[in-house]
Design a protein around this ligand. Sequence first.
Ligand SMILES: [Zn+2]
Length: 77
Amino acid sequence: MARGQQKVQSQQKSAEKAAKIKKQQGHSANDQKKAAQKALVHVCAVCKAQMPDPKTYKQHFENKHPKNDMPQDLKDL
Ligand SMILES: [Zn+2]
C-alpha cells in the first residue's frame, strides 16, 4: 500500500504547510494590529506627551495648555 501511504504523507505535508501559513498570517495580523495601535497614538503638539485617543488629547490640551490654540481637529470633537 505504498501509494496510499504516499497520499497520507502528502496530505500531512499540505496540512503542515497550511498550518504554517495560518501561523504566519496570524502573526502578521498581530503586527497590523500593533501598527494600527501605534498610529492611534496622538502626540501633544505642545509637550509631546502621547495620548491613546483624541478625546484624551483634547482633555489634556484643555487642562495643560489652556493658553495654547487647540488644533482644529480637536475642536471638532
Ligand atoms: Zn501637552
